[in-house]
Design a binder for this molecule. Sequence first.
Ligand code: NAP
Length: 490
Amino acid sequence: MKNYIDGEWTGSSTGEVLEKKNPSTGESVGNFPSASREDVNRAIDAAETAFERWNSLGSRERSRIIVRTADLVREKRNELENILILENGKVPVQAGEEVDGVLDQLLYYAGFERKITGEVVEGDSPKRMILQYRTPYGVVAALTPWNFPAAMVARKLAPALLTGNTVVLKPSSDTPMSAEWIVRKFLEAGVPRGVVNFVTGKGSEIGDHLVSHRKVSLVTMTGSTGTGQRIMTKTAANMAKLVLELGGKAPFIVWDDADIVNSLKSLIWAKFWNGGQSCIAAERLYVQEKVYDRFVEKFVSATEKMRVGDPNTSDMGPLINRGAVEATEKFVNAASGSGMKILTGGKKPELKGKFSKGYFYLPTIIDHADQESPIFQEEIFGPVIGVQIVSTLDEALERANDSRYGLASYIFSKDNRVVFEAAEKLRFGEIYVNMPGPESSQGYHTGFRLTGQAGEGSKYGIEEYVKLKNVYLDYSGKPLHIGSVREDLF
Ligand code: NAP
């Protein structure tokens, strides 16, 4: 693997590398550069130099390049799917869904060509006007997570590039391969030198430097809340614009009149999709008391039938690394230590051969989970869910809102009163009613509280990448009378 800086594929200037492991087996799959600060500086300089030309190319031509990128991704989509299985441990159907997501993001944002508009506003006196138009920020630093390592790259690069910005992309150190693959497609499609730069290396070593560089005008990061908070402090000196898509702790409410099979299917998806490693993962289950026993029993039974192991033949693959398994174990052990009941799972699966060294954990359901416990308050980011019984809707909504995070939430009920009450009261950026996620390109993916700032997707998401500029015009041709400037001076 290589970095791409100022039109050249290159290693780190120090020659240092990091190792990438296959989470299904723990085996090494190769090395990638550990970029130095000097490499990051060169990438930012290249992006700055390329900005003016790229911006003046016009959105029509930029859109054509993005559409060509999508064509190239589609042609070789199997390659990207295989990388996602290898570097992330995705099961094939989910790897395929992620590539569909990449294509959808590219084409959706490409469709904004010539559609980023401004306004003409009346001036304070006749023959005066204000032109408000949108202009790109300049150099964008894009930092992506490992859980959707291809889709997140597309979701950041497509709107940034369509609107005329240039980019320095730093992917997660757990998943550099799919990001490199997509960057190569952008280049094959005709992205000029310097417009996209790609650096790999630990966020803790080069991340601060990248986001706090004075030439970086916008930082878009998807990742944990802790990293987002750190970025906020590091960007304060330059006042870079921030788009921060951070953690989640989604409540999943099942009401007494809900369609049980639809709710169950959606819950299995919302909890165990990508091994529970999704920002919109259901992490807290609230079930109305009349259906509690029946629903929980069916949920446990369906969960126990899930196959965990080799991603190519299972319903759920591994977690991303050893640390993720250890963190999950810690949550579960603390829960069972404090008297909560493990209904299923609660341990690693026993796998044979090379998969015995992979980072697997069984889907786990914990009953009688305490609202104040870490199981209900901290983002687990693994295949573990806590369950609580609720009797009134007010109680369910109050507990659902009792979270530091505010990204996704789910409610299942056929009663319009329940649904609209929930839609009004749930303090979350996304409320899925009688359906699973994930979010659509045309939806605005955003959250309350510690889930972050700004958002991605839809016209609102693309507007994050442009700044409103105001041009004040006088076309009267008349002499100016400026109250505080004496006429007899002239
Ligand atoms: P992370 O550890 O916060 O990392 C995110 C990115 O930031 C990575 O590229 C990481 O690089 C980089 N980074 C780390 N420290 C940095 C620093 N000091 N300065 C600048 N960049 C730094 O998150 P993750 O573990 O990859 O992803 C999981 C998290 O993402 C979860 O909390 C999940 O909820 C969240 N997520 C949110 C959304 C959403 O749309 N809201 C979507 C997906 C995921 P390294 O890998 O090299 O450390």
